[in-house]
Ligand binder design. Structure first.
Ligand SMILES: [Zn+2]
Length: 242
């Protein structure tokens, strides 16, 4: 398995997950960059896996399905309801916590992580080979940050982040936006004495994806909040932090 990062729009990431000659695309916010990349990578598109219903994660779905008819389109049951009708018609599989989706030998476990949206999911591909698991987190977990709590409440989002933080240390985290510079700046304000934040700032390059679960445990001020109340306070603070 290999993963190719596809920058989209101004700061979004879509990802190609490739096994042999076939690929899944995670969160295609637009179709053109994906269509350009497929022949370059010498792969055909087999499926679209969506982390949540927001336009800047699903915007390319209709065009991709028109161009590659018959591909699978996966989203949670809950978020499917919020898609616009023409996009919803493209969906072929509704998932929830514990479901599995596959591309040939690659099997992803669906983790329901509500908070940013009520039906937000991550796709976790366990070790393959051992020690190199991956998780595609959309707008729930970012490098050194997290998405805004739009549909759930802070306790729900905090529980979702802790669930992701429980994945094995070396799991690579493929997140939905390049917000890492601003997130690290906030992390440094939230925990001025955390040396791991400064170390990450010093080695930061762009694109910054993927991070790892152990980096998130060491640096992410939302995972490190310690309680749902502290999480809520930090999330509120970050909403207006410059
Ligand atoms: Zn979103």
């Amino acid at each position: 398995m290999r993963v190719v990062t596809v920058p989209c729009l101004s700061d979004n990431f879509a990802y190609l997950i490739i096994d042999g000659g076939r690929a899944v695309v995670v969160d295609p916010s637009e179709a053109a960059p994906i269509e350009e990349l497929l022949p370059k990578e010498n792969v055909t598109l087999a499926a679209i896996w969506l982390t949540h219903h927001h336009w800047d994660h699903v915007g390319g779905v209709e065009e991709l399905v028109k161009k590659y008819p018959g591909i699978d389109v996966v989203i949670s049951k809950i978020d499917a309801e919020k898609l616009k009708a023409d996009t919803r018609k493209c969906v072929t599989k509704l998932v929830e916590e514990g479901d599995r989706v596959a591309l040939a030998n690659i099997v992803a476990h669906v983790i329901h992580n509500p908070g940013h949206t009520l039906g937000a999911v991550s796709y976790h591909i366990p070790d393959h080979p051992v020690g190199s698991g991956s998780v595609f987190t959309g707008d729930t977990l970012f490098a050194a940050g997290c998405g805004r709590v739009f549909e759930g409440d802070p306790a729900m989002m905090y529980a979702s982040l802790l669930k992701l933080a429980d994945l094995p240390d070396r799991t690579k985290v493929y997140f939905g936006h390049e917000y890492t510079v601003a997130n690290l700046k906030f992390a440094a304000a939230a925990e001025p004495d955390n040396g791991a934040v400064k170390a990450w700032q010093a080695r930061l390059h762009q694109p910054s994806t993927p991070s790892t679960i152990s980096e998130e445990r060491a640096v992410n001020p939302f995972i490190r909040a310690g309680s749902a109340e502290e999480f809520a306070r930090r999330r509120e603070w970050k909403n207006t932090f410059k």
